[in-house]
Design a protein around this ligand. Structure first.
Ligand code: EPS
Length: 388
């Protein structure tokens, strides 16, 4: 299984191709669109989301709501393109009108400057259009297909917001996907602890008034992931490493943690290892999950727990210092319309990329050509694990 996305933030549309989804899998398009709507929401979003109404169009790989085993091709229209049609036209040659709104004062923290240096772009719009987190809409659509695949294999997962700015919104660290999913839809912050909503709204409002931005921490939990996915035998077969790469591949992420990661580094081994238990009904299990469901780069049957640290959005209305790439004059960075925080949508994006990696490892480990066969293989494998 693999995927590719293309498209600029204000270009005509986003495109995606996902390969090697098993044939015969039931695909619910409404569920993809629901995930896309969730990604558009959340307190702290900017005005762009009032323009967009993300809906996926499937143009290949699916027939009568069932996958064919062939590449799944998807598109999502950028409604805002209507306002950028000339500037972002893929076909018109450059002229005085369609080269307006050039970006020459790179925003610190964005790809603007380094992207321009690397690709030789003198209009940094050529960089920011692709480095924009708009692209994550397609990763959510692809991730939702993978999530549906996992759900049909009885694996569930959810991504949510653990902290915004410095405010912790999850003191209990739940490991049950259902519990988390029920709690986070009760507010527009995707947090478990509803009591923190008001405080965080105020924090976001004040930050916005100050022309500033906020980051936060995202936590993803996956349940019923069978033991033994990934492998200890080589560095590049470890599934936790692949998850970390996928998470770091999401815009604005600056840290990844598996389980209690950084806290584990401060504790003695006796407080970190998850002691082994065995029961007739379930086979081997653990009494705790400090290691986030991973040992030796392999899942160990406990809930998979992945965390991500997101830096604040680099576009500040109270612009930071920059230097013009043409005049070399040191002055304020370009100000582009932006969000105050995108931590809520980012939680769905991180959930999506974790879903993609889990679906990938499963379809690579077992024969992923046909859904019924895959289901049967996984059921047999689970029985085998229980009897070990
Ligand atoms: C983004 C800037 C904003 C965000 C955008 C990401 O877009 P615009 O420049 O059009 O206001 O809204 O995110 C999305 C469009 C989206 O769908 O998530 C950026 O610079 O990364």
């Amino acid at each position: 299984m693999n995927f590719l996305t293309a498209g600029e933030s204000h270009g005509p549309e986003l495109s995606g191709i996902l390969t090697d989804v098993p044939a015969g899998m039931k695909l619910d398009i409404d569920e993809i669109n629901d995930a896309l709507a969730q990604r558009q929401g959340g307190y702290g979003r900017g005005n762009r989301q009032k323009i967009e109404h993300d809906e996926v169009i499937i143009t290949g790989g699916v027939r009568h709501q069932k996958t064919l085993g062939s590449p799944i091709a998807l598109t999502i229209k950028n409604r805002d393109h209507a306002h950028w049609a000339a500037i972002m036209s893929p076909t018109e040659p450059e002229n005085a009108q369609n080269t307006l709104r050039q970006v020459t004062r790179p925003r610190p923290g964005h790809a603007d400057l380094v992207g321009g240096m690397k690709y030789g772009h003198r209009d940094l719009r050529n960089v920011l259009e692709r480095s924009s987190a708009r692209e994550t809409a397609m990763r959510v659509a692809i991730g939702n297909i993978c999530k549906q695949l996992l759900e049909q294999l009885d694996i569930s997962l959810v991504g949510y917001v653990e902290a915004i700015g410095g405010v912790q919104a999850d003191l209990n660290k739940p490991t049950d996907v259902k519990t988390i999913s029920t709690a986070i839809v009760k507010n527009d912050l995707r947090i478990v602890d509803n009591d923190q909503v008001e405080k965080i709204h105020e924090l976001i409002d004040t930050t916005k008034r100050n022309g500033d931005t906020l980051g936060g921490v995202i936590r993803v939990v996956a349940n019923n992931v069978p033991a033994g996915l990934g492998s200890y035998v080589s560095w590049d077969t470890k599934l936790d490493a692949k998850l970390a790469a996928a998470v770091m591949g999401v815009n604005a992420m600056k840290g990844v943690e598996i389980g209690d990661g950084f806290k584990d580094a401060q504790n003695p081994g006796s407080k970190v290892m998850d002691e082994i238990n065995w029961q007739q009904s379930a086979g081997f299990s653990r009494d705790s999950d400090h290691l986030g469901g991973f040992e030796g780069g392999m899942t160990n049957g406990m809930p998979v727990i992945v965390k991500a640290a997101m830096k604040p959005i680099p576009t500040l209305y109270k612009a930071l210092q920059s230097a013009d790439i043409n005049t070399k004059e040191v002055k304020k960075a370009n100000v582009e319309r932006s969000d105050t925080t995108a931590i809520v949508p980012a939680a769905i994006v991180i959930e999506s990329v974790v879903a993609i990696e889990l679906a990938k490892v499963i379809t690579d480990t077992f024969d992923g050509s046909n859904m019924a066969r895959l289901k049967q293989q996984l059921a047999n494998y689970r029985d085998e694990l229980k009897a070990f």
